[in-house]
Design a protein around this ligand. Structure first.
Ligand code: BMA
Length: 311
């Protein structure tokens, strides 16, 4: 099994490293959005003087390659306000989805003494002000990702319950009339051998003519520890419970030095991607070895073909 050769790494990778943020040990797992003429990344940052938790910063760029990074955290949960009083300070790995003029953000937030991360829904219209909305998953749930529009008059989200040490993490689907009350849970995809047998996780679906394209990560754990790779799924446009395509192999695996060696070795980790239909280009920003931020890009048409043909 080898990488499906569609995505190319940007020659300036890694685009963002801890050297770009004073006091940072890690800057990783970016969630991308197109905002006006800029590419925004919500980046996960761990500082040396806050070793037990990470924060989210906004990075902004006009060319998608060179980023300016805000010097303050973007998401500040008020620990004096119930229920956010249970939130631990680890606020990373966001998934952003634009719906209308708002950008909705799902954040898996660690909880102290409350059984692991639950997902908080918030929103912004300018990437300066963050407004918290509610907790929208029970704990042990990472990677929840919203679809960008209603389907049959309901909002949909992908979830990754389970996970954690020694556990098994599958992808589920749920729907909601208002983004806050969720139900009609449906199992979508179980972990699969050989490269996603430990756990898998979603990112926000991208609408294409052939179906909802979902970039996923898959984890395989040989004796040298977990290896994180990236693949894709294709879901039916009208009935997203139906998987109509899937890459058999992966689109990206830890092969470059900055993906193989870092704070956590052998990790390429996606939290979303930007599609430029006019150029048939997917811009996949991802974390390398939980240490830096990288870009790989390639043809969406070829990724769709790989999904349809189970390549
Ligand atoms: C996952 C998350 C990610 C991280 C990955 C690899 O469980 O914690 O933030 O990139 O593990 O360490």
């Amino acid at each position: 099994m080898k990488t499906i050769e569609i995505l190319s790494r940007h020659p300036e990778n890694p685009l963002i490293t801890p050297d770009d943020i004073p006091g940072a040990m890690q800057v990783f797992n970016p969630s991308p959005a197109l905002f006006n003429d800029e590419i925004i990344l919500l980046v996960s940052v761990v500082l040396f003087d806050c070793p037990y938790g990470g924060e989210t910063r906004v990075a902004r760029s006009s060319d998608g390659i060179h980023f300016r990074i805000d010097d303050q955290p973007f998401i500040n949960l008020d620990k004096n306000v119930y229920p956010y009083s249970i939130a631990h300070q680890h606020v990373i790995d966001n998934r952003v989805t634009r719906i209308g003029d708002d950008y909705f953000i799902l954040t898996p937030v660690a909880t102290r003494n409350f059984d692991g991360p639950c997902t908080i829904l918030g929103k912004t219209c300018d990437f300066n002000n963050y407004e918290v909305i509610d907790i929208v998953t029970l704990p042990r749930n990472r990677g929840a990702s919203l679809f960008p529009e209603k389907i049959n008059n309901q909002y949909f989200k992908l979830d990754r319950p389970g996970g954690g040490k020694g556990a098994y993490g599958a992808i589920w689907l749920s729907s909601s009339p208002d983004l806050v009350h969720w139900g009609r849970y449906r199992p979508l995809l179980a972990p699969f051998a050989p490269w996603g047998g430990t756990k898998i996780g979603p990112t926000p679906p991208i609408k294409t003519k052939d179906g909802w394209l979902v970039i996923i990560h898959g984890v395989h754990t040989p004796c040298d520890g977990p290896h994180y790779r990236i693949g894709a799924l294709l879901l039916d446009l009208n009935d997203p419970c139906k998987i109509i395509g899937q890459t058999r192999s992966y689109l990206l695996a830890p092969e470059a030095e900055y993906e193989k060696n870092g704070v956590v070795d052998n990790v390429v980790f996606p939290c979303g991607a930007i599609w430029r239909p006019e150029k048939d280009e997917l811009m996949l920003y991802y974390g390398g070895a939980d240490t830096c931020i990288c870009l790989a890009s390639g043809s969406v048409e070829e990724i769709l073909q790989a999904c349809r043909n189970y390549r």
